[in-house]
Each structure stands twice: as C-alpha cells, then as structure tokens.
Design a protein around this ligand. Sequence first.
Ligand SMILES: C[S@@+](CC[C@H](N)C(=O)[O-])C[C@H]1O[C@@H](n2cnc3c(N)ncnc32)[C@H](O)[C@@H]1O
Length: 251
Amino acid sequence: MRIDILTLLPATFAGVFDESILGAARRSGLIDVRVHPFRDYGEGRHRTVDDAPFGGGPGMVLKPGPLAAALTALRQDGLPAPVIGLMPQGLPFDQTMARELARLPRVILVCGRYEGFDERILPEFDLQISIGDYVLTGGEFPAMVVVDALSRMIPGTVGDPDSVREDSFYDGTLDHPQYTRPATWQARGIPAVLRDGHHSRITDWRRGEALWRTAAHRPDLFRQLDLAPRDRALLQDALSPLTQSNPDKGA
Ligand SMILES: C[S@@+](CC[C@H](N)C(=O)[O-])C[C@H]1O[C@@H](n2cnc3c(N)ncnc32)[C@H](O)[C@@H]1O
C-alpha cells in the first residue's frame, strides 16, 4: 500500500517509520510511505502557503491555491487515491476505519497547521478524519497515528495475524488480560487457567475476560456487541467469584 503525506513539516517524520513493525513493512515493500513538503507548492518567492483569516482573529489559515496545486500533483503521481484531510472536525478515527483504509492500494493524507484549512478546499477531501476530541498543533501526529494503525491491518505487517485479531477493537471488544513470567510477582499471581495448558479452556477464559472488560470499561462498545449464547455463558463465568483471579476485579 502506498501512503502519501502532505505536510509543512516533513522533517517531523524522519525516523518515525523506520523502526519495528513499520520499518520492516517498509523494507519488505508492504507499505510505501512518501512524505511531500507542502511548502514546495507555496506561492511567490517566499513559497507562501498561509494568510490571515478574513474577518480578523488570531492565527493564519492555509490558502486553498497551494493545497489544490499540491493535490493535483499528488493525484497525477500514481494510483488513484482518496484524499484524507486530518482535522478535529473530521469523522472519529477507529479500528473499523483503519481496516477499511488498509484495503485500498493508496491514500493521501493532508496535514493541516495554524488555524487549519480554508473552508473552500474541503470539497477536495474525500474524507475528513479526527484522531480525537482535542486539538493538536498540526496534522503530523494524526498522520503518524493513521499510518501506524492502518499498517497493522495490512496482512503480513504483523508477523502473527492472531495478534492483530485479538487486539482491542478488532472484533468490538477490548483485549483480554496478558501475563508473562514470573508467575508470581510482588505476591501477585496469575489466573490458574493460564498454567494448565488446556487451550480451549484458555481461549474461553480469554473471551470471557475480554467481554467482561469491555462491559466494565467501555459500556458504549459493549452495547453494540451481538452476543452469542456461548458469549453470555463465558461472560457469566468471568463474573463468577470462583474465577475472580484478576486483580482488576478487586479479588
Ligand atoms: C491547531 S489545529 C487547527 C484547529 C482548528 N482551528 C479547529 O479548532 O478545529 C491545526 C491542524 O492540526 C491538525 N489537527 C489538530 N487536532 C487534530 C485532531 N484531533 N485530529 C486530526 N487532526 C488534527 C489538523 O490538520 C489541523 O488543521
């Protein structure tokens, strides 16, 4: 998959996609991230890309002309791709969106700065994405978040596909609790079921815990789950005092 990022601060991305899973995915050609300096499309001798807001007020606004020029150039350079504006007013970014975007051969991410984009450029965006209800200084961190999240959804980027499928949000639940050695740490043990090597019991326990956690921590997500009778039974088990070995439950 190819990901083009248009930004006023290309240096921000130096090294970010070089390490770990993203670095390996780039080296193996699973993802091809290209960072484009928006300033190259600025107007005049000073390559101006922003101006004061009509009507007054603080800050600067990104001019529509340079953005349109940049998008025209990017669209012509490669496969057709949706243009995605990163902006606080956009649709909330989530795992479902990451999965859908990861199916595309290419996306173009546009990072804003200052007070944001001139409203008249918005029809050029096929999608507007927000990474949360807070305002960052620019779209660079949101672009990194989007690239990281959707890279994990591309088959082959994460070595063990089960790891992705068991992650929080993939099937609408939160992840189950994880433990590693030592089996006892500061007088805190681990659930006995994880030590008996019985795989189906472990799978059931994990499913029950994932459901319990989702109900406890994210009732909004839990309400959207379509629980099978087996899920209800596993959830019941997770709530039973006999299985309350998770310190999170206060046992
Ligand atoms: C300071 S913000 C502009 C905020 C804008 N005046 C507003 O209140 O909606 C500058 C840029 O950062 C990016 N940005 C900030 N917060 C973001 C968020 N939560 N999600 C996605 N992009 C964000 C956008 O690209 C935005 O154009």
